[in-house]
Design a protein around this ligand. Structure first.
Ligand code: SF4
Length: 393
């Protein structure tokens, strides 16, 4: 049982007098990272499948402002650690951090630092969409300040655009790596240049290859995000073939799958409404992932850590785990249509986390009763699945 604090209003107020700026998102793998906002919003902001920063203006933040935020995060961390030492039973830091994180009495900054401490205070994620767009000396200064302030950090990571990475010289990228940036997450989405143009990614396949290689050559761990389903029916073949070609040419440390879901506030939704974008069914997206895996020849770790992916167990190290991952896909696609529908609904409603959960009678009964409530109306079931999916983006 975790510690339940009885904190005076004065103590809570003291904590809440400390706050720093945070951006809206981070990669799923950075759930326990301290969030440090190095820039605001996205300097590109045109991708048609992305809603996150639409309507927001990109801004570089002055380095002293970012340094002040880092100092505030440190002050909050010191307060939480001090509180842990002062509790009557010298409550373990993790318990105190968990209690603060889960309490609505604390502001977002305090809760975020608490979550970071709960996770072991191992990593920092630099927000927002493309920290490499900063002047190299500024980025280096921020990284150095982070390393000085939190010497125990194992990892500092950030999102970046491949074109921006390609524009940095080898020397600049080495300086950034030496200063402490240890992983970059790039939104590759696809390696198919006509599709990249269509969705306004602002990069061609060659930019992806150059940018990815520039990061890797500096010794920075590289994570490439791929978006199954992005090409719809029109580009599916090219999407699979060229994405595999580009990933094989880069050889990233991680290939992260994040299946497409179209939300109303994405520019792509207008093309969907006009019938210009013909989406793949979820089963077709699964098949597309299988074809992509079949073509991959790089030594990369495949991660399916985004909640929008239907089959999260399609994860593993290439090349050795390729047969197992493709086997999961074949098992799913070989199920009768009504079992696949049951799995899709159960997964989106939170009853199933993986295919094997279908063998659990309690979970499956819950899904069957949900299906019964939706009746025999296929459209109602598909509508429910779609609305459950959009909750997560
Ligand atoms: S570069 Fe990234 S954050 Fe910016 S619009 Fe594209 S997907 Fe969104």
């Amino acid at each position: 049982m975790f510690w339940r604090p009885t904190l005076s209003a004065q103590t809570v107020d003291r904590f809440n007098s400390l706050s720093f700026e945070m951006g809206p998102i981070r990669p799923p793998s950075e759930a326990f990272s301290l969030l440090v906002r190095a820039t605001r919003n996205c300097p590109w902001n045109r991708c048609e499948f992305c809603h996150t920063y639409k309507g927001e203006r990109f801004e570089l933040r002055p380095v002293p402002e970012i340094e002040k935020d880092i100092a505030t995060a440190k002050a909050i961390s010191d307060e939480i650690q001090g509180l842990s030492r002062r509790t009557a039973q010298r409550e373990p830091l993790r318990h105190v951090a968990a209690a603060i994180y889960s309490s609505p009495r604390f502001n977002a900054s305090v809760r975020s630092v608490a979550l970071w401490l709960y996770g072991g205070a191992q990593s920092v994620f630099l927000q927002d969409a493309n920290s490499l767009v900063m002047r190299t000396p500024d980025l280096v200064a921020v990284l150095q300040r982070l390393r000085e302030t939190f010497p125990g950090l194992a990892r500092i990571t950030s999102y970046a655009r491949s074109k921006t990475a390609a524009r940095k010289s080898h020397e600049e990228m080495r300086d950034i790596a030496t200063a402490g940036l240890s992983r970059v997450h790039i939104g590759l989405e696809t390696g198919h240049t006509p599709l990249l143009a269509c969705i306004q990614k602002g990069a061609a396949a060659e930019d992806h290859i150059q940018g990815g290689r520039r990061v890797a050559a500096a010794g920075i761990s590289l994570s490439e995000y791929v978006m199954p389903g992005l090409g719809g029916k029109r580009f599916s073949r090219g999407h699979v073939e060229d994405t595999a070609r580009v990933l094989n040419a880069i050889g990233p440390d991680f290939i992260r799958l994040r299946s497409l879901v179209v939300r109303q506030d994405m520019p792509l939704s207008a093309r969907l409404a006009e019938g210009e974008f013909e989406p793949l069914s979820e089963d077709e997206v699964v098949a597309e992932i299988g074809e992509l895996l079949q073509r991959l020849e790089c030594r990369s770790q495949v991660k399916s850590d985004h909640v929008l992916n239907l089959l999260p167990e399609v994860e593993g190290q290439l090349p050795e785990d390729k047969p197992r991952m493709i086997g999961v896909i074949h098992s799913y696609l070989a199920m009768p249509a009504e079992r696949r529908l049951q799995y899709r609904l159960g997964r989106r409603a939170g009853y199933y986390e993986k295919l094997a959960d279908m063998a659990d009678p309690a979970r499956s009964d819950a899904v069957r009763s949900l299906l019964a409530r939706l009746g025999d109306d296929g459209e109602a079931v598909e509508g429910a699945i779609q609305s459950l999916k959009t909750r997560f983006i």
